[in-house]
Design a protein. Structure first.
Lengths: 105, 261
C-alpha cells in the first residue's frame, strides 16, 4: 500500500467554516489532491454541524515544489493573517487494532 | 514618612497596569455603558424587575447576638437584605486581554468587600450577595478591564482562553454567547452567561485595536513585553522561585541568580 504524504495548514487564526469551504473547494480542483480533511473545536449550536477550523490536512499524490507552491498561493489568498505549512502524516491511513475489533473497514 | 504601597514591582506597561488595577484609590476608567437591566439579563440569575430572593430575613429583623466583630464590620447592602449568593465568571484570553484571572483576584481583594473569588487558569469566578454581585459585575463590564473581544462573561463551557482567535479577532466561544456584528463592528451578547437566549442583543461595544490592547494589558508575553524586559519583576520572580526551592530545605543558603537571564 502506498502511503501518501499529507500537507498540514495551520492558520494563525481559527477560520470559519465558510473560509475553510472556500479553501477546500479550491484545493479539490487539482488532480494531485486525493483527500482534504479539516479539524477544529466544535461549537454547541442548534445547527447540527457547526465548527471552526484550526487544521487543514491535504493528502497529495506526491509532495514536490510545484504542489507546495500551489498550496501556498491558495493560503496566501485566503489566510492573510499567516499560517504554517508542515509535511507529514496527520490522519489515519490504515486500520488499527480497535478498528479491527469494531469490525470497521 | 508614611508607607506607600507599591502593589507590584516594575516599570513596564504590564507592571504599571497591575499597579493601577490593584490600587483601590485608582478609579477604573469607564469605557462603555451597559444598563442595569442588561447586566441582570447577561447574568441570568433573575428576571429584570424581579424581587431579590432571600435566604434569611434582613439582619435588622434577625436580632443578632452581641458581637464586637459584627459591630466593627458593616455588612454590605446584599447581606443586610439577606440576598442569595450568586456568581459571575469572566474568561480572559491569553492574547493581550486587559486583565488576567490572577490579577483579577488581586484586584477584587483590594476593591470589593463581601465577596469570594476563585482563580483558575483561564477564568475567574466571583461569588457575592446578589445585589452586591450585580454592582460588581456592572462596574467590571463597563470598565477598562473588560474588552469586547478578549474577555468573555461565561458561566459554563468556558473553554477558549488559550485557543487561537477567530478571523475577526474574537476569542473562541463554544456556546456562541456573543457575535461580531460586521456592519457596526460591535460585539453583541445574544445569550446569557450560561447560554440561554436573551430577548434582545446586548452590545458591549467595539473591540479595542491590537496596539491599544498591548499597552493596556497586564500580561507579560514573548511577543509583547516580557518579564526579562523588566529587571525588577525578574528579580521578584527569581526570588520567589529561590524561596520556594531552598526556603524550607537550606534557608541559610545565599540566593544566587544567573546573570543575564
Amino acid at each position: 500500500m502506498k502511503i501518501r504524504p499529507e500537507i498540514q495548514i495551520f492558520p494563525f487564526k481559527l477560520i470559519s467554516k465558510e473560509t475553510a469551504d472556500k479553501i477546500t473547494d479550491e484545493l479539490t480542483r487539482f488532480d494531485f489532491v486525493t483527500n482534504v480533511s479539516v479539524h477544529g473545536p466544535s461549537i454547541q449550536s442548534s445547527q447540527s454541524e457547526n465548527y471552526m477550523v484550526g487544521w487543514i490536512w491535504i493528502e497529495v499524490e506526491d509532495n514536490n515544489e510545484n504542489v507546495q507552491k500551489i498550496i501556498k498561493d491558495i493560503c496566501d489568498e485566503f489566510l492573510p493573517f499567516g499560517y504554517n505549512i508542515e509535511v507529514g502524516r496527520f490522519t489515519k491511513y490504515k486500520k488499527g487494532v480497535s478498528d479491527y475489533i469494531k469490525g470497521l473497514n | 514618612m508614611t508607607y506607600k504601597a507599591q502593589f507590584h514591582p516594575g516599570s513596564s506597561d504590564p507592571s504599571k497596569n497591575r499597579k493601577k488595577y490593584m490600587d483601590p484609590e485608582y478609579k477604573l476608567q469607564k469605557i462603555r455603558s451597559v444598563s442595569d437591566e442588561d447586566v441582570v439579563r447577561v447574568l441570568g440569575h433573575r428576571q429584570p424587575g424581579e424581587d431579590y430572593k432571600s435566604v434569611h430575613p434582613p439582619l435588622e429583623e434577625m436580632g443578632e447576638p452581641e458581637c464586637s466583630v459584627r459591630e466593627l464590620v458593616e455588612p454590605t447592602p446584599g447581606t443586610k437584605a439577606g440576598d442569595r449568593i450568586r456568581y459571575v465568571q469572566f474568561t480572559d484570553s491569553v492574547y493581550f486581554a486587559p486583565i488576567s484571572p490572577y490579577q483579577r483576584s488581586w484586584m477584587y481583594s483590594y476593591r470589593y468587600r463581601g465577596m469570594d473569588s476563585g482563580t483558575l487558569s483561564g477564568r475567574h469566578v466571583v461569588e457575592a450577595r446578589e445585589r452586591d454581585l450585580e454592582a460588581i459585575s456592572k462596574e467590571l463590564i463597563e470598565s477598562e478591564t473588560f474588552d469586547a473581544a478578549r474577555t468573555g462573561i461565561r458561566g459554563r463551557t468556558v473553554h477558549g482562553h488559550a485557543l487561537r482567535l477567530d478571523e475577526n479577532g474574537i476569542m473562541f466561544d463554544a456556546m456562541q454567547r456573543y457575535v461580531f456584528d460586521k456592519s457596526t463592528g460591535e460585539v453583541k451578547y445574544v445569550k446569557d452567561m450560561v447560554g440561554q437566549e436573551i430577548p434582545a442583543p446586548i452590545s458591549v461595544g467595539k473591540p479595542l485595536p491590537e496596539e491599544e490592547l498591548k499597552t493596556r494589558t497586564t500580561i507579560y508575553r514573548a511577543d509583547g513585553v516580557t518579564i526579562k524586559d523588566d529587571p525588577e519583576v525578574l528579580e521578584m520572580v527569581q526570588n520567589v522561585h529561590w524561596e520556594r526551592s531552598f526556603g524550607g530545605f537550606e534557608p541559610f543558603k545565599e540566593a544566587k541568580f544567573k546573570e543575564g537571564l
